[in-house]
Design a protein around this ligand. Sequence first.
Ligand SMILES: CC(C)(COP(=O)(O)OP(=O)(O)OC[C@H]1O[C@@H](n2cnc3c(N)ncnc32)[C@H](O)[C@@H]1OP(=O)(O)O)[C@@H](O)C(=O)NCCC(=O)NCCS
Length: 184
Amino acid sequence: MPQLKPTTLTTERLTLRWLTADDAAAQFALFSDPEVMRYWSSAPWTDLAQARAAIEQVLAEYRDGTSLRFAITLRDGGAMIGNIRLYDFFDQNRRCDIGYALVQAHWGQGYLAEAMAAVLDYGFAELNLNRVEADIDPRNAASQKLLERMSFEPEGYMRERWIVNGEVCDTEFYGLLKSDWEAR
Ligand SMILES: CC(C)(COP(=O)(O)OP(=O)(O)OC[C@H]1O[C@@H](n2cnc3c(N)ncnc32)[C@H](O)[C@@H]1OP(=O)(O)O)[C@@H](O)C(=O)NCCC(=O)NCCS
């Protein structure tokens, strides 16, 4: 598990920072939207209390180093517009998983690609990762294109890996090596 210290990453249009309890309303808006949650591994949230509890969990994970979630905000200010998260750190193999979501109003403008590039730079350089993995629903075309744009390789297909709200879903598994990232 890495020792995490409060970090802010800045890109051309975005600021990525650690979440705080004040992000609960924006976190709820993000994870209660059925469109955002269409291919997620759990159902949309229905209660602000879920956001508050999730943020408590995020804060605990900063402390114990099990997961690192960034709030994505526009550089010119305003509420959080998305999350990007590195989790399931595996020290010996220097790898982790990545997850991400953006509010619908900001889809299709390259924001996630911009945020992910900064987080991958940080993960490979500062957290000494060698490999980052992503598990996506193969029907999630936006997520698929995003990963491929970031040089992730499709590495396998797993059938009926998730059952979300009674819906059985497959996994397409992607991987990115530090050497892939450096060779881009
Ligand atoms: C996946 C998601 C984060 C993409 O964010 P985004 O900021 O819109 O992505 P970008 O604008 O950086 O686009 C990345 C690529 O996906 C493409 N794309 C975006 N939306 C798309 C869509 N609906 N269908 C097909 N391709 C799409 C873009 O054209 C771009 O490809 P390009 O580089 O070849 O032009 C966003 O759609 C989202 O939050 N979805 C809901 C949550 C989710 O599914 N998360 C992933 C779970 S594994």
